[in-house]
Design a protein around this ligand. Structure first.
Ligand SMILES: Cc1ncc(COP(=O)(O)O)c(C=O)c1O
Length: 454
């Protein structure tokens, strides 16, 4: 096995990882070594590109999640629901750009909108454009907001929502939950991350623990409660309806702002997860696919709260961002939500995802592999006990040896997933490919029966 400081070693601290099982059996080590050897042999061009990139990018990388040892696959292009790598392999894309690629890689309406915008509108006008209110109106209608504002990422959306809550309440502390990921500088899987902002202002609770959440929110000087309705990067762990309702009730009781991070979950239904659960957060945050494939973020909610950003008021907060109203995201984001991701499509697509997960859950029974999630957002886990019901990150110790083995071997079968096991389905993925994925999972479990059985 590579030493911890060798370039072949896999970092254990990766975005959104659950606690890690470190001991591995000799058989697993042998299977992993063999898989890694095949991986290196199959991907000479990716290897070369990685080595070249290491000369000018630290670790050849500019987005930690996309690094995997011994080197990451380098993609050349995407088309519809597939991606094609530099060594000539074709994959069914189950990464789905971590939910942002919902519309696929070449949806004709998105292509048309981008080309038309470039030709007829232009880029970077340095001025207000009519289309920003058009997209804003549609987002407000679909997600039940009075007012919305745009930014460039989900991270920014959450930072601006937090600033609004702090300005509005005059308080600083925010309750978040372990396992949460709210953006690049807002990760909480093992306490506040070393690159985290506002280090002293977080109160970290246990996800789905009603009593402790109530105590934390109601017993402190809390400006806001921020939560994902399903922890996405944390492994697709769903918040129970009771838990989310409790957060809303407790926040209301003490005048704290209840912020629902819908950056991933807004695509779980026509009006997002809040609508499915029946909660009415003060603020919601968005990103990903709502920019139609462009860098995008948005945050919105009640008119009185969002008024903190009204520049007509002398006491308003500034909300800057060169690309906040960029022409491409305003246009293709609108086309995506209005013409492609209609309410009916949202319902049907998530039903397809539910059926996929149920099938995977059936065929992984009795093994260390399990699948959690909601609708078309799911996550694969491997653990000693094969835990199937996860209510918080503390419920699982991931077996990263098995996870890596699966990651490499499912790529050999022509499926692109993240090393951490997230699956965010893309519109237009044929049912036959989902069925083939299930068959490949069955074959993996059969092939490694001795390693995966409980
Ligand atoms: C729930 C959640 N919030 C916020 C973010 C940050 O979004 P972005 O990567 O656009 O900054 C993510 C990204 O995956 C996310 O999953």
């Amino acid at each position: 096995m590579p030493k911890a400081d060798s370039p072949l070693a896999q970092p254990v601290a990766e975005v959104g990882l659950a606690p890690v099982k470190v001991t591995q059996s000799a058989d697993l080590i042998a299977a992993l070594e063999a898989a890694k050897t095949r991986f290196v042999e199959r991907n000479p061009k990716s290897k070369q590109l990685f080595e070249d990139a290491c000369e000018i990018l630290p670790g050849g990388n500019t987005r930690t999640l996309l690094y995997s040892a011994p080197f990451p696959i380098c993609m050349k292009k995407g088309e519809n629901y597939q991606v094609f790598d530099e060594d000539g392999h074709v994959y069914t894309d189950l990464v789905g750009e971590l939910t942002a690629a919902l519309y696929g890689h070449s949806h004709p309406l998105i292509q048309e909108s981008i080309i038309s915008t470039v030709k007829n509108v232009g880029l970077n006008l340095g001025a207000t454009i009519a289309q920003e209110a058009v997209h804003a109106r549609l987002i407000c209608q679909r997600f039940g907001l009075d007012k919305v504002r745009f930014c460039n990422s989900g991270t920014e959306a959450n930072l601006h929502a937090l600033a609004a809550a702090r300005h509005f309440t005059g308080k600083r502390k925010v309750v978040v939950f372990s396992g949460a990921y709210h953006g690049a500088v807002l990760g909480f899987w093992d306490g506040v991350q070393p690159n985290g902002v506002d280090k002293d202002d977080w109160v970290i609770g246990k996800y789905n623990d009603l009593a402790s959440a109530r105590a934390l929110i109601e017993n402190d000087d809390i400006a806001a409660v921020m939560v994902e309705g399903m922890q996405g990067a944390g492994g697709c762990i769903s918040g129970t309806d009771e838990f989310l309702l409790q957060l809303q009730t407790s926040a209301k009781k003490v005048g704290a702002i209840f912020i629902l991070d819908e950056v991933m979950t807004s695509r779980l239904g026509p009006a997002g997860l809040a609508d499915i659960v029946g909660i009415k957060p003060d603020l919601k945050t968005f990103g990903k696919y709502l920019g139609g494939g462009m860098a995008f973020g948005a945050f919105g909610g009640s008119a009185d709260l969002m008024a903190v950003y009204d520049p007509r008021s002398a006491t308003s907060l500034a909300h800057s961002g060169t690309f906040n109203n960029n022409t491409l995201a305003m246009n293709s984001g609108y086309v995506g939500l209005n013409n492609i991701w209609t309410p009916d499509v949202a319902v049907e697509f998530n039903k397809m995802g539910d059926a996929f997960r149920v099938k995977l859950q059936e065929l992984t029974k009795g093994t260390k592999m399990s699948v959690t999630g909601r609708g078309a957002l799911n996550a694969i886990h491997f653990s000693e006990q094969g835990e199937r019901e996860l209510s918080c990150r503390e419920d699982i110790v991931e077996d990263w040896g098995l996870k890596d083995l699966f990651f490499i071997e499912i790529m050999e079968d022509g499926f692109w997933i993240t090393r951490r096991g997230s699956i965010a389905m893309i519109l237009g993925t044929p049912q036959s490919e989902l069925d083939r994925f299930c068959e490949c999972v069955s074959r993996f479990l059969e092939r490694h029966r001795a390693l995966v059985k409980l």
